[in-house]
Design a binder for this molecule. Structure first.
Ligand code: UDX
Length: 429
């Protein structure tokens, strides 16, 4: 099928590339001409495992191309996916101006029946607004259908999440676009849920809020574990084996971050408020998340007593493993807080150092994870990169002024670390 994707960010680029991989003819559109030129020249604006190879392969076979012209994308496609940003407003609500702008552009470029699919994360009832907008601005009164098709892609695993989804959600107001949507996703062989648009939109916010709730639940339990000398990992394994609960998303940490959970949670609280419901449960999820970082910082300041002029090594700057994304990264937040206390920082991340440099200044960036510890009064693990498990701990202990390790991701075995001579503080253990 001929498909265009408007917006070539994380979601748009992964979606367009994977659709091409599934055998469709795809045009990725972006208003940023520099980005389009970069992609046309074989460059990649983001790091996402496996994506670059797929882009290269599908561009070479002619199934994927890039343009800055929405008109061209719309004219040459049967289905048009909207994948533009929906950034937060100051009051926690959602800025829908990019979605609205694209809806207008689509309306003015349509000359034949189109399926307009919203992939961006939007408040419930946005589909109705998109349909109204297209109707209003489409002078030639062409027929169209608006569909909601939320994404559930985890950064770092986005390609495999796309090609092997747990489910595909399709929200429609009529049966007309259903078969085409099923054909688009057919090669994925995933369960397809066909529902109304409002439910589809709600599924996305409900899913992310529930996952954030799951993390805050385990993080709250980590406090109880610390007070009662229980072990959060044992508790997580024990409750996670109940199929109704499930083990994923029960890893206690220094808090969740990223471009989705914090934003989607605030948005869903705001949407609920606008619909007349005070979603106090989700407000508590946010509070627990902030508290978890406060507790981690306190652990560091309590142990070091005076942080001013101490050298602290930080391993990990991305908001999680397998990505160069630092948006709402707990690691960056932690660095800022430690700098505020007067600490000198040395930092390393396998992928995110370039992006970190723009927002985190006054830090000594180190190119080898093992050298971060050199001369440090304490070492902190802030991101769960698997390679940090291979850290040369013997070397770190020798090279540090004091062998103190704060593990915000529970990567190491506590007893083993103590045997190695570390003062080791982790989460909920
Ligand atoms: C999330 C959703 O998972 C995805 O379905 C959605 O569509 C986009 O938002 P993403 O933001 O890429 O994906 O990251 P995710 O893997 O969900 O992790 C979010 C945050 O939670 C990270 O900071 C991560 O470190 C943290 N986390 C995750 C934990 O602290 N503990 C866990 O057990 C799992």
């Amino acid at each position: 099928m001929k498909i265009s994707i408007i917006g070539t960010g994380y979601v748009g680029l992964v979606t367009g590339t994977c659709f091409a991989e599934l055998g469709h003819q795809v045009i990725c559109v972006d208003c940023d001409e520099n980005k389009v030129r970069m992609l046309q020249a074989g460059g990649m604006p983001i790091y996402e495992p496996g994506l670059e190879e797929l882009v290269r392969k599908n561009v070479a076979s002619g199934g994927l191309r890039f343009t800055a012209s929405t008109k061209e994308g719309v004219e040459q496609s049967q289905a048009i996916f909207i994948a533009v940003p929906t950034p937060p407003l100051e009051d926690g609500g959602v800025d829908l101006s990019f979605v609205e702008g694209v809806a207008r552009e689509i309306a003015t470029s349509m000359t034949t029946y189109k399926i307009v699919v919203d992939k961006s994360t939007v408040p419930v009832r946005t589909g109705e607004k998109v349909a109204e907008t297209i109707k209003r601005y489409c002078k030639s009164k062409v027929e169209f259908d608006v569909v909601s098709n939320p994404e559930f892609l985890r950064e770092g695993f986005a390609v495999s999440d796309f090609l092997h989804p747990d489910r595909v959600v399709i929200g429609v107001t009529s049966q007309r676009p259903v078969q085409a949507m099923k054909d688009i996703y057919g090669p994925c062989e995933a369960p397809i849920i066909v529902t109304d648009i409002n439910s589809a939109e709600l599924i996305k916010h409900a899913a992310n809020s529930f996952l954030a709730l799951k993390i805050s639940y385990i993080n709250a339990l980590s406090v109880i574990c610390e007070q009662s000398k229980a072990n959060i990992q044992e508790v997580a394994n024990g409750i996670g084996m109940d199929a109704r609960i499930g083990r994923p998303f029960l890893d206690a940490s220094l808090g969740f971050g990223g471009s989705c959970f914090p934003k989607d949670l605030s948005a869903f609280i705001k949407i609920s408020e606008q619909l007349g419901y005070d979603f106090a449960l989700l407000k508590e999820v946010q509070k627990i998340n902030t508290h978890q970082m406060d507790r981690f910082v306190k652990k560091i300041t309590d142990t070091l007593w005076v942080v001013k002029d101490k050298t602290i090594g930080v391993l990990g700057l991305a908001f999680k493993q397998n990505t160069d994304d630092i948006r709402m990264s707990p690691a960056i937040d932690l660095c800022h807080r430690l700098q505020k206390e007067g600490a000198r920082l040395r930092a390393y991340d396998p992928k995110a150092m370039e992006k970190a440099r723009a927002v985190l200044t006054g830090v000594e960036y180190v190119n080898d994870m093992n050298e971060v510890a050199d001369g440090c009064d304490a070492l902190v693990i802030a991101t769960e990169w698997p390679e940090f498990k291979k850290l040369d701990l013997e070397r770190a202990r020798r090279k540090m002024t004091h062998p103190i390790l704060f593990d915000g991701r529970n990567l190491f075995d506590a007893a083993g670390m103590e045997r190695l001579g570390f003062i080791y503080k982790s989460i909920g253990r």
